[in-house]
Design a protein around this ligand. Structure first.
Ligand code: NAD
Length: 489
């Protein structure tokens, strides 16, 4: 594995020879060009080229090179689209994705190995194994909030498993979408990986096609649209969706560290993170102390750290709407500006649990905080609501940790920090129930895009006629004995 990148290609994109294969499938597809693009991908897959492990390694290295050699261009595009601070964009979009590709490159040989299985007496002699094989041509649809990571990390799994892929970036991150569309054919096999830009109309057209797998990242609402479309072809889906991720702060937590970390995670990307802490449940005995610390930390970030923008004016208006009618106390001044696409962080103490602020995914820098009498009550609060994508717990007690882990159902959990579970490439990432179906990252990504084909091979030599009917009494008796079937009365 190498994560050193050679010098950036010098030539312009246009007119540059395609790195692999013959016809470039990277041409932006016009109406009927879409069918041709998909047919091209399928022809590439059917040719067998993508199954070759050396080809897969080149593609994974291509993802690494693309990210490392175009840091400035990609960071600048994300600044235009979501006003992402440069370091955040590097950390959360580029580094995480590079590490995902590097991890896959390092482990590909081992993942691609067949797995042997024990053969029971009735099927002996024989050898049983599964061998992973690619699914075919897969579709990856991404949202705008981490527009590089959420498009290319799924691609890492797809390529490691040997698939051809069509990528649909989000139209709400147009600069990043255009940058990716220009860079992908330069670094990856253009006959096997295509980028199609566009909005709902294009996605709708894509969803009508019979893909071999769809990995969709986005809202729960659109996830249902994707699953309904996929059902028409019985296409398997991985849905990486959203929801309200709770943070439980127990009385025995290190409150200062908890406040600092919760504030950081909420401020990151202006709260537009699928696994952002949506709301806090704090034990009543430490509520005042924790709330003050939290307000101080968020206020300090607001005053001292570069903020990310809200993606567009509609979302600013949506967040303003969530602030109306919550019935709680706002602990930081409400400052929103639709034209500048900014919303300052606001802590809302004791909002009405039935208000939209507490029933809809916030996806912005607003942080409700509710007091609970005990961790048990916090668990009951979480259990009574849709299963979240992430759950966070701050506590110094392993017993509390065990209770929360056992009694709540969530896509992932981070204890005593937030969000970083997503940066562990070896750890599967995904939701559960309305926050998602399936997962990826590391081997889980390889498995998502693979079919583990079961094979049993049996010898023909020494074919025993006693194993065919009519079965002798001795054979019947021997088999019952060998399979430890209890004697009948
Ligand atoms: P979205 O669902 O609006 O859009 C995602 C993608 O779906 C885009 O590419 C868009 O073009 C397409 N799309 C939108 N409407 C469609 C329709 N009617 N038919 C077909 N395609 C359609 O999501 P978003 O606003 O881009 O992202 C925010 C949401 O994504 C939040 O709910 C967030 O929690 C979730 N999210 C989840 C994860 C995760 O890993 N689980 C990561 C990031 C964001």
């Amino acid at each position: 594995m190498s994560i050193d990148t050679p010098a950036a290609p010098e030539t312009e994109l246009e007119g540059e020879p395609a790195p692999e294969g013959s016809q470039a499938a990277d041409v932006a597809p016009e109406a009927d060009g879409l069918a041709a693009t998909i047919a091209g991908l399928r022809a590439t897959f059917d040719s067998g080229r993508t199954r070759d492990l050396a080809w897969r390694r080149r593609q994974l290295q291509g993802v690494i090179d693309l990210l490392q050699q175009n840091e400035q261009q990609l960071v600048a595009a994300m600044a235009v689209d979501v006003g992402k601070p440069a370091f955040d964009a590097w950390l959360t979009d580029l580094l995480t994705t590079r590490d995902e590709a590097a991890y896959a490159l390092e482990h590909l040989d081992e993942w691609a190995e067949p797995t042997k299985y024990k053969v029971p007496v009735v099927a002996q002699p024989g050898t049983a194994w599964t061998q992973p094989q690619p699914l075919g041509v897969v579709l990856v649809i991404a949202p705008w909030n981490y527009p590089v990571q959420l498009l290319l990390s799924p691609l890492v799994g797809a390529l490691a498993a040997g698939n051809a892929a069509l990528l649909k970036p989000s139209e709400l991150a147009p600069a990043t979408s255009a940058a990716i569309a220009a860079l992908v054919p330069k670094y990856l096999d253009p006959d096997a990986v295509a980028v199609v830009e566009g909005g709902v109309d294009v996605t709708t057209e894509l969803l009508a096609e019979p893909w071999d797998h769809i990995l969709f990242t986005g809202s729960t609402r659109v996830g249902k649209v994707v699953m309904a479309a996929a059902a028409k072809h019985l296409t398997p889906v991985t849905l990486e969706l959203g929801g309200k991720s709770p943070t439980i702060v127990a009385a025995d937590a290190d409150l200062k560290v908890a406040a600092k970390r919760v504030a950081w995670a909420k401020y990151l990307n202006a709260g537009q993170t699928c696994i952002a802490p949506d709301y806090v449940l704090v034990e009543r005995s430490v509520e005042d102390r924790f709330t003050k610390l939290l307000v101080d930390e968020l206020g300090a970030l607001r005053d001292g750290a570069e903020p990310a923008s809200i993606v567009n004016g509609d979302h600013v208006a949506r967040l303003e709407g969530l602030l109306d009618g919550h019935g709680g106390e706002e602990l930081l001044p409400r400052r929103t500006d639709a034209a500048a696409r900014t919303v300052d962080p606001v802590v809302v103490r004791e909002p009405d649990p039935a208000s939209p602020l507490m029933t809809e995914e916030i996806f912005g820098p607003l942080l409700p905080i509710l007091a609970v009498d005990s961790v048990d009550d916090a668990i009951a609060f979480v259990q009574a609501r849709p299963r979240p994508l992430a759950l966070y717990l701050f506590s110094s007690s392993r017993d509390t940790e065990r209770q929360v882990l056992e009694r709540t159902i969530a896509g992932s959990v981070c204890v005593n920090h937030l969000v970083y579970q997503c940066a562990v490439s070896s750890l599967p990432f995904g939701g559960v129930g309305p926050s998602g179906i399936g997962g990826y990252h590391g081997k889980a990504g390889f498995d998502t895009f693979s079919h583990h084909k079961s094979v049993l091979r049996r010898p023909t030599k020494g074919d025993l006629s006693l194993m065919y009917p009519p079965y002798s009494k001795t054979v019947q008796k021997a088999l019952r004995l060998l399979t430890r079937w209890p004697k009948q009365a």
